[in-house]
Design a protein around this ligand. Structure first.
Ligand code: ATP
Length: 440
């Protein structure tokens, strides 16, 4: 029963996301392309808000972080040195009867097809990198890959940043960008996509300091999830990845899992990557990637702690957390309880009636002033006020502002209506800016 309710909730979230312009299926008019998703006008607004807040929190507001934006296509030797060519694979099984393919570690019975009950063949390793060729000649030398993670773009720029900025340890490189994985079974809406985005930090340190710094980033990630994204701490769980399941580069990894409607699943990860990456790139490229401690007059290869955040999984968790149903004024409604800083539309402005030019004129003035200051402000004069409130609730607009006859005839006040409580208040137009400045 509980599972049915959660399935229904997920269906409603997917349907609202499409209907209201958050997320569409990729290439939809051609029947789609599995594992790809397109963000609509509200989806990209939400995505930008999350990315900008992340960049501000972890790069701009800090002294020890250096942002980079590396190319998606990289020299194939990067992926040989990182271990991806040899080991970035998932076990693939194929059903002998219906020919469908599955990830062997995700089927209940390794012998039985979950679709048709037929017999599953032997598992084989399937490399998840998208392979391509750079330039007109298809040869082994021209092979490249769409990057499966942003991390390597930072390791290969470690020396560049050190040479330009001479940072003191510990310091980090940060990057936001696309990553591509040819997932065997994309599923659960955007959760497992073939093209997605990551926000990653490679934080370099002296090997002895890793435990303390790991704990520091663990706390920072909690703060980001609960305070900035507004995810309930009861919906987040830490999974200490057991030694036998650790990635080849990691000595310790914590997965942060979120209670999505389709189950508890990885949202983010925090890994101690030791000096694996810099050492391997140094060996493979022949370029020294050491750190010179000028005071101690020593040279060594820094170790690295990596907090990694999926952009699309952040968006999905935020949408799932925000989706609420309640009754307001005796009527059922759906609303998105986004934190104001994340809301794609901050304020909506309405004239009470659309066929009264004096109301429309005033409402347009209020709208123009608020839009200039807060950007994401919407004007709406369609249907009655109740309907407009419902429409804004559904996309999570925190405040609606209505201009009525009293505004122009009497007190220069508008009605400000709060999304979560439905409470309405009269506020003087001259005070709107100050009031909203405190919130956004
Ligand atoms: P999973 O176990 O779910 O396949 P992973 O452990 O391989 O994920 P990482 O390699 O740690 O994931 O990637 C870092 C982050 O990138 C993840 O925490 C997640 O937020 C995001 N991510 C990874 N794969 C996908 C995907 N296929 N679709 C969307 N986001 C992804």
């Amino acid at each position: 029963m509980a599972k049915q309710a959660e399935n229904k909730r997920m269906e409603e979230i997917i349907s609202l996301s499409k209907r209201r312009g958050f997320i569409y299926q990729g290439s939809e008019i051609y029947g789609g392309l599995a594992g790809t998703w397109d963000y609509g006008p509200l989806g990209i607004a939400l995505k930008n808000n999350i990315r900008n807040l992340w960049w501000k929190t972890f790069v701009t507001d800090r002294e020890d972080m250096y942002g980079v934006d590396a190319a998606i296509l990289m020299n194939q030797n990067v992926w040989k040195a990182s271990g991806h060519v040899a080991t970035f694979s998932d076990p693939l099984v194929e059903c002998k009867k219906c020919k469908k393919r599955f990830r062997a570690d995700q089927v209940e019975n390794p012998k039985k097809c979950p679709e048709c009950g037929g017999e599953l063949g032997e598992a084989r390793q399937f490399n998840m990198m998208f392979k391509t060729n750079v330039g007109p000649v298809e040869s082994e030398e021209s092979v490249s890959y769409l990057r499966p993670e942003t991390a390597q773009g930072m390791f290969v720029n470690y020396k560049n940043v050190v040479d330009s900025f001479h940072p003191k340890l510990p310091f980090g490189l940060a990057q936001i960008g696309k990553a591509f994985r040819n997932e065997i079974a994309p599923r659960d809406f955007t959760f497992r996509s073939r093209e997605f985005e990551q926000m990653e930090i490679e934080y370099f340190l002296k090997g002895d300091d890793w435990k303390k710094i790991f704990e520091y980033w663990r706390a920072e990630m909690w703060k980001w999830m609960t305070e900035t994204l507004g995810l309930s701490k009861d919906h987040i769980h830490e999974l200490e990845v057991p030694a036998e399941k650790l990635a080849h580069y990691s000595k310790r990894t914590i997965d942060f899992e979120y209670d999505f409607p389709f189950g508890k699943n990885e949202l983010y990860g925090l890994a101690y990557r030791t000096d694996f990456d810099l050492k391997n790139h140094s060996k493979a490229s022949g370029v020294t990637l050491e750190y010179l401690d000028e005071e101690a007059k020593t040279k060594f290869t820094p170790h690295c702690v990596e907090p990694t955040f999926g952009v699309d999984r952040s968006i999905l968790a935020v949408i799932c957390e925000a989706y609420q149903e309640d009754e307001l004024g005796g009527e059922k409604r759906v609303f998105m309880k986004f934190k104001p800083a994340l809301a794609p539309v901050k304020i909506a402005v309405f004239p009470l009636l659309k066929n009264k030019p004096e109301l429309v004129k005033k409402a347009r003035e209020v709208y123009a002033a608020l839009k200039k200051e807060f950007g994401a402000v919407m004007f709406d004069d369609n249907g009655n006020i109740g309907k407009r409130y419902r429409r804004q609730d559904e996309i999570g607009t925190p405040y609606c502002v209505t201009v009525d006859f009293e505004t122009i005839e009497k007190d220069n006040c508008v009605t400000v209506r709060d999304r979560d409580s439905g409470k309405q208040e009269r506020v003087n137009i001259g005070e709107l800016s100050n009031r909203f400045k405190k919130i956004f």
